[in-house]
Design a protein around this ligand. Structure first.
Ligand SMILES: Nc1ncnc2c1ncn2[C@@H]1O[C@H](COP(=O)(O)OP(=O)(O)OP(=O)(O)O)[C@@H](O)[C@H]1O
Ligand SMILES: [Mg+2]
Length: 237
């Protein structure tokens, strides 16, 4: 039997209200992604790439259509179930890192584990701490566990964000312009980490990027245009 896709998107629509006007950003969009597959999403500014990622990351709800994770429909879940499911299923890496400034690198990673474990946290704390340390070591920050984001470089901050995205062993990794704020050499290092870790874990990885080199490393490249995904090339056109 063939494996069920990790992500299945069917007829996804997203409209925003702007006063009396309605803006349709995503229109009947379909998508499938299997374990171990990497997909780049390119497209003009304002085409809806972040909107799509936020929907896939269960940070926002669609106007219509369905998103399934390994066959489980996310739309039918209530808020509480949804946030627990999100924490376990999806890892997110943002262009601007989104780390908590008052927390150390280790604490930032642990916070994500804590959200996923909820009431069970007290029992999981020790194991999570070991795992978070191991992951930070893996992204090359074993010597900076106690540093706050303000004392880390952009590349280091993004490494913390990658460790945070992976701490709950998600099936899906979503990254919105993950190297957009980094210089070329640092961007390559962060890309290597992302692809290395995603490959080892057979993650379904979806990257939004304007950078042809990054898009070119993905198994598939799509272009978001007129609210749907069409076949693109690495140049994003
Ligand atoms: N919360 C919102 N309310 C109203 N309109 C929104 C909202 N979020 C996004 N939009 C609009 O939806 C469209 C798509 O925005 P989105 O941020 O998804 O684009 P994008 O492809 O990620 O662009 P960029 O490449 O600049 O990041 C834009 O026209 C934007 O103005
Ligand atoms: Mg965007």
């Amino acid at each position: 039997m063939t494996e069920r896709p990790v992500i299945e998107v069917l007829g996804l629509c997203k409209e925003y209200r702007d006063g009396a006007r309605t803006i349709a950003v995503l229109r009947d969009l379909d998508l499938e992604l299997r374990a171990g597959e990497t997909l780049a999403i390119t497209g003009r500014s304002g085409s809806g790439k972040t909107t799509l990622l936020n929907l896939l990351g269960l940070l926002d709800r669609p106007t219509a259509g369905e998103i399934r994770f390994s066959g489980i429909a996310a739309g039918r879940m209530g808020e509480g179930e949804r946030s627990a499911f999100r924490a376990r299923t999806v890892g997110f890496v943002f262009q601007a890192y989104h780390l908590v400034a008052e927390l150390s690198a280790l604490e930032n990673v642990l916070l994500a584990a804590r959200v996923a474990e909820g009431a069970r946290w007290i029992f999981g704390a020790r194991r999570s701490r070991l795992w978070a340390r191991e992951l930070l070591g893996r992204v090359g920050l074993g010597g900076r566990l106690g540093h706050r984001p303000g004392k880390l470089s952009g590349g280091e901050k993004q490494r913390v964000a990658i460790a945070r995205a992976l701490v709950n062993s998600p099936q899906v990794l979503l990254a919105d312009e993950p190297t957009g704020n980094l210089d070329a050499a640092t961007a390559r290092e962060v890309e290597d980490l992302l692809f290395g870790l995603a490959g080892e874990r057979r993650l379904a990885m979806l990257l939004v990027t304007h950078e042809p080199t990054l898009a070119g490393r993905c198994g598939r490249v799509t272009l978001l245009e007129n609210g749907r995904l069409v076949r693109g090339n690495a140049a994003g056109r």
